[in-house]
Write a protein that binds this ligand. Structure first.
Ligand code: ADP
Ligand code: ASP
Ligand code: MG
Length: 409
């Protein structure tokens, strides 16, 4: 008898018919004897609808109240799902994040899970019930409702699997697994049968939204095996597991893109100690997360240019801060470009193979795509490009590294 945590995403519970069909799937599994904890997202589009309603009142809704609002989406699906299970003659119990004792910090909209008291869930499982938990939500030390960031239901599921010591965490979604690139962008994308936690973590953080980044961090830390698979059929999907020696034979495993980025450049900064700290301290104080940073000579003796990227939503605020700082430190004009994107290639095999970066740069250049910034780590290379070239770049890189073909030994 296995303990299984299953998570169903927004499309999988997007209509009453789908909720009923997922309930049937879950009951069939329960009948086989598995102990099941089911984590649900809101119905597809509902979280956006709620967000838009709040934004009709003000562009910057109060974060505490926004979390109270957004958490209602998941409350709808857990109730409807439990009603469907009971209608089939089986026992289910829905639990909100608060009732499932999912404790988080107090950062509304991007809260992190600190602890989960498993007693309420275990007690219900022991009574033979299917336990149905609202994804994406928890509560802080003062009892306020918090949410975990968009796509956060994956993280609820993996955190529960870790806390309960589940045998497996199954993520059911609208694609058949993790692909070599977003299958909705390139039809030559191929399902990856098995991928390491590290590669999956890079893919998630570099734009592959099929898994929430924190869920993969949890899975790696607590060694929870993940199975990403389709909610529409029973074919195997992708296993996310510890790295195996054979995985290093594949140089590039996937291509990702992220359009949620923008670039700011400060020109002619005096090339003396302390300037970077002066620029980035107020930006981080404003809660803005900086991704890539590049500093180089401006051509003028003793002066430097500094470019960095921030999420598109923070572009205007970051520009205001930087323009002020630039005046204070006697730097030159500030340039901003919100219409950029980041394309990346990822693979643990890169550690031991030379020439991967060159191949990436050559392929982009042959397609006439200009590289604006580059950053690398042990297992990834990212290039910032014009946003309009994103899909072309993804296809070009996918072809260049033959990702449509099964890797050969
Ligand atoms: P859910 O609502 O089930 O959580 P998401 O929309 O969050 O589903 O994630 C699934 C989507 O992720 C797919 O529809 C696909 O467009 C996108 N995606 C992006 N990159 C990849 C990838 N490499 N492999 C699979 N899906 C990907
Ligand atoms: N409903 C939330 C969202 O749309 C959480 C999730 O689906 O994972 O972001
Ligand atoms: Mg998701």
């Amino acid at each position: 008898m296995a303990l299984v945590v299953q998570k169903y995403g927004g499309t999988s519970v997007g209509t009453i018919e789908r909720i009923k069909s997922v309930a049937k799937k879950v009951v069939d599994r329960h009948k086989k004897g598995d102990r099941l904890v089911v984590v649900l997202s809101a119905m597809a589009g509902d979280t956006d609808k709620l967000l838009n309603m709040a934004r009709e009142i003000t562009p910057e809704p109060d974060p505490r109240e926004l979390d109270v609002l957004l958490a209602t989406g998941e409350q709808i699906t857990i109730a409807l799902f439990s009603i469907a299970v009971k209608e089939m003659g089986y026992e289910a119990k829905s639990l909100t994040g608060y009732q499932a004792k999912i404790q988080t910090d107090n950062h509304h909209g991007r809260a992190r899970i600190h602890d989960i008291e498993t007693a309420p869930i275990l007690e219900n499982l022991d009574r033979g019930r299917i336990v149905v938990v609202a994804g994406f939500q928890g509560y802080d030390s003062e009892g306020n409702i918090t949410t975990l960031g968009r796509g956060g239901s994956d993280t609820t599921a993996v955190a529960l699997a870790a806390a309960l010591g589940a045998d497996i965490c199954e993520i059911y979604t609208d694609v058949d697994g993790v692909y070599t690139t977003d299958p909705n962008v390139y039809d030559k994308a191929r399902r990856i049968p098995k991928i390491s936690y590290d590669e999956m973590m890079e893919m998630a953080s570099l734009g592959a939204k099929v898994l929430h980044i924190r869920s993969v961090e949890f899975a790696k830390k607590y060694n929870v095996p993940l199975h990403v698979r389709s909610s529409f059929h029973d074919q195997p999907g992708t296993l996310v597991v510890k790295e195996e020696p054979s995985m290093e034979k594949v140089v590039v495993s996937g291509v990702t893109y992220d359009k949620d980025t923008s670039r700011i450049t400060i020109t002619e900064i005096p090339d003396i100690p302390g300037m970077a700290a002066k620029v980035f301290t107020p930006i981080s104080d404003a809660g803005i997360v900086v991704d890539m940073i590049i500093q180089g000579s401006s051509g003028e003796k003793g002066l430097a240019n500094l470019s960095f990227t921030v999420p598109k939503a923070d572009f205007e605020a970051a520009m205001k801060i930087v323009e002020k700082i630039s005046r204070e430190i006697g730097a030159g004009p500030v340039h901003g470009d919100p219409n950029i994107a980041k394309v990346s290639i990822i693979g643990v095999g890169m550690r031991h193979h030379a020439g991967v970066a060159t191949k990436m740069f050559n392929s982009l250049s042959r397609a006439n795509i200009n590289i604006l910034m580059i950053s690398t780590s042990e297992i990834k290379i990212s290039c910032v490009i014009d946003e309009r070239c994103t899909e072309l770049a993804v296809r070009v890189l996918h072809d260049a590294f033959n990702l449509d073909r099964e890797p050969t030994e």
